[in-house]
Design a protein around this ligand. Structure first.
Ligand SMILES: C[S@@+](CC[C@H](N)C(=O)[O-])C[C@H]1O[C@@H](n2cnc3c(N)ncnc32)[C@H](O)[C@@H]1O
Length: 199
């Protein structure tokens, strides 16, 4: 796709590159793009979030992205974002991801692995730090319901309303129409899922 220099999805004569729609992007930080989007110069990042405070390129919910045309992007990257929806909204968001992808494009998602989170909870370790994130320590309680300091600061967008284990994420991605779906448990409290929109 051609790089958009005047605004989202306007075309120019600039360098050909690929576009990743980074949904639920949070605060700007190019380091948030995982290795799938290296080298940086090969990908143009389009940031989308429901929260205007994180200054996204596009302010929208992932359940409704009409400003992103059909087939406009080469990848959709969603990190710790789908669990912020109500369960019945997950297929709606995945249908939006599928719609905006060009044929041959791919989706990459990550979120808490509730199966691993549940193992700690079963040991009674609900509020013990499980790992250290860039924001601070993360406990099972944060992975279940949302990062408590952000919720305490009044950011309702940070609440979690649903969750996933490997099998349910696999089923969601397949039902949305993605091919070659792969889901992995990373052993560090995260699930990673990917799939391709067939050409
Ligand atoms: C835990 S943060 C993750 C930020 C970033 N993706 C990361 O991994 O560092 C969740 C983000 O999802 C956004 N969000 C929550 N509900 C959303 C929705 N319905 N549509 C788009 N973004 C949403 C929040 O505003 C927040 O920026």
């Amino acid at each position: 796709m051609t790089i958009a220099t005047h605004g989202p999805f306007e075309t120019t004569d600039a360098v050909q590159t690929r576009t990743v729609l980074h949904v639920g992007c949070g605060a700007p930080d190019p380091a948030k793009l995982p290795a799938a989007f290296f080298p940086a110069g090969a990908w143009a990042e389009m940031r989308l979030d429901i929260d205007p405070d994180v200054q996204p390129d596009i302010i929208a919910s992932i359940t409704e992205m009409p400003m992103v045309p059909n087939g406009a992007v080469d990848a959709v990257w969603s990190s710790h974002n789908l669990e912020h929806l109500a369960s019945h909204e997950v297929p709606i968001a995945l249908a939006e991801f599928f719609r905006v992808l060009a044929p041959g494009g791919f989706v990459l998602v990550t979120m808490p692995d509730l199966q691993q989170v549940a193992a700690l909870i079963a040991e009674g370790r609900l509020e013990e730090a499980a790992y250290l994130s860039a924001m601070g320590p993360i406990a099972p309680l944060d992975m279940l319901y949302g990062y408590r300091p952000a919720l305490a600061a009044g950011n309702a967008f940070m609440g979690h309303r649903t969750g996933f284990v490997a099998a349910t994420l696999q089923a969601h991605l397949e039902r949305a129409g993605f091919q070659g779906v792969r889901v992995q448990r990373d052993g560090h409290f995260a699930l990673w899922g990917s799939g391709v929109k067939a050409v």
